[in-house]
Design a protein. Sequence first.
Length: 125
Amino acid sequence: MARSFEILIPVLAIILTLHPLNLFIEAQLGMIIPEAIMSLVKPLVAASDTLPAILLSVLVCQVLWFAGIHGALIVTGIMNPFWMANLSVNQAAMAAGTAIPHIYVQGFWDHYLLIGGVAPPCRWR
């Protein structure tokens, strides 16, 4: 029974700190915390669909692989929020019948940048 109440103190601490902060940000900026964060990262979202961003993500992926770290998973974890934002814009454009504005989304990464691997060449013998 006591274990079920262990979570109450951390939840109350989070609520008692973040809710006043949210009220302060809303009073000062006219937006809540998620909107403020999105307005801060909006330039990064716009820059995430450029050729330098694509090249940088591939370079980071390969350097991480060289270091023995699964680079594709690391880059995917970092880029996924940007890809989701671009994908939602693409979905809205497709629903409106206009041209799709963003090319660098999860499918582009999976199908065009992560091709290859070790297993197929091993089966050529």
